[in-house]
Write a new protein. Structure first.
Length: 366
């Protein structure tokens, strides 16, 4: 280690050789410090990060955490992770030593986010708060597992926000047909929402569809990839889970719609995206249709919920709904849509009563 001063500029420089926590030797040099104290502090921070010391600043630990995550995550997932840490976590914890962060610090941070209000008076959605909290929890879990941190302070602090939104909006069949009629002058948007309503595809799955994914002979749509756009660049990824790979049977009304749409595409190749747009474009189509039909405004993702509610109303089992939506576990389906099932319990009881009446009902004993 050495700290020297440049006679020409008057600035300080640090040059250091250390072994990182894997045993690899690192040579690092940095110039431009205004004071010797700044140069020495940089040396100390670098040493703490290199040897995995729990006295390192949280921002330096996050850099290690992100380096580990880089080859394991999709670019879009990693970009979102960077954003949440840089904007919501590091401004509060960045300069604190990781082993000095206490549950009370976590609680104070949570309260700041919970109490935050935009100029329009609205705060963060409960689901967004949960997402932010999960990022911090995951980072501390990494520190516990690989760096010897004694415990995760997030566990004592508790969570914030909610896993699922309080309100799930969906259209009735009448509302959908009012909306889709208003889209007739926009054939691309019309077809997109027909596909979403009759299949329950996620918007990323829908935007990744190609002609070879649609088999009119077997009446199915093969779901095998997902589309995302990041910083103006398009990405196609495989589904996150095995359940995401699925074949969704099309009703005849959707087959007719897709045949008509595909017949009008110019020079489309088997592997070309049939909807070469992004989520923002789909959202604008949704806004147009709602405004011109007077239909209640819902999120694009709520069309998927609309399909699920349609299946449940038709009497489909949770297992069938899960398979069609690509849920990995039936429990996910139940957790998401359980509030749509209670009325079915009454129907079951009524059917059991009807069956019992055929056998003279209940006869009082004794």
């Amino acid at each position: 280690m050495s700290v020297t001063r440049d006679k020409n500029t008057g600035k300080w420089m640090s040059q250091i050789r250390v072994k990182d926590w894997t045993g690899k030797e690192i040579h690092k040099k940095k110039r431009g410090f205004k004071t010797k104290k700044e140069a020495l502090q940089w040396e100390q921070d670098f040493i703490s990060q290199a040897d995995g010391s729990l006295g390192m600043k949280f921002k330096d630990f996050v850099a290690l955490y992100m380096k580990d995550a880089d080859p394991r995550l999709r670019e879009t997932t990693l970009a979102n992770k960077h954003y949440l840490f840089n904007k919501k976590v590091l401004p509060y914890f960045g300069e604190m030593p990781i082993n000095a962060i206490k549950p009370t610090d976590i609680r104070n941070w949570q309260n700041e986010l919970i109490n935050y209000r935009r100029p329009n008076g609205r705060g963060y959605a409960p689901t967004y708060l949960r997402t932010i909290n999960n990022q911090l929890t995951a980072a501390f879990n990494f520190a516990v597992k690989f760096y010897g941190l004694r415990e995760n302070p997030c566990l004592k602090a508790g969570s914030m926000g909610k896993k699922n939104a309080d309100e799930m909006l969906f259209w009735t069949d009448e509302e959908f047909h009012s909306f889709i009629k208003a889209m007739e002058e926009r054939p691309v948007g019309y077809t997109i929402f027909m596909v979403m309503y009759y299949t329950g595809l996620r918007v990323g799955e829908l935007l990744a569809l190609t002609p070879e994914d649609i088999d009119f002979d077997r009446h199915i749509i093969s779901v095998n990839k997902n589309y995302q756009r990041l910083n103006g660049k398009d990405y196609i990824y495989p589904p996150k889970t095995e359940a995401g790979y699925r074949e969704v049977v099309m009703p005849k009304v959707l087959e007719a719609c897709l045949k008509d749409y595909l017949s009008k595409l110019y020079d489309v190749q088997p592997t070309d995206r049939i909807f070469p747009y992004d989520r923002g474009w789909v959202g604008r189509q949704m806004k147009y249709g709602c405004e011109h039909s007077g239909t209640q405004k819902i999120r694009v993702h709520d069309v998927r919920h609309t399909h699920a509610s349609l299946l449940i109303d038709m009497g489909c089992t949770p297992l069938l709904v899960a398979e069609r939506l690509g849920h990995e576990r039936v429990q996910t389906t139940m957790d998401t849509y359980s509030h749509l099932y209670p009325n079915k319990q009454t129907e079951v009881a009524d059917q059991l009563d009807a069956m019992a009446e055929k056998n003279d009902g209940y006869k009082k004993l004794g």
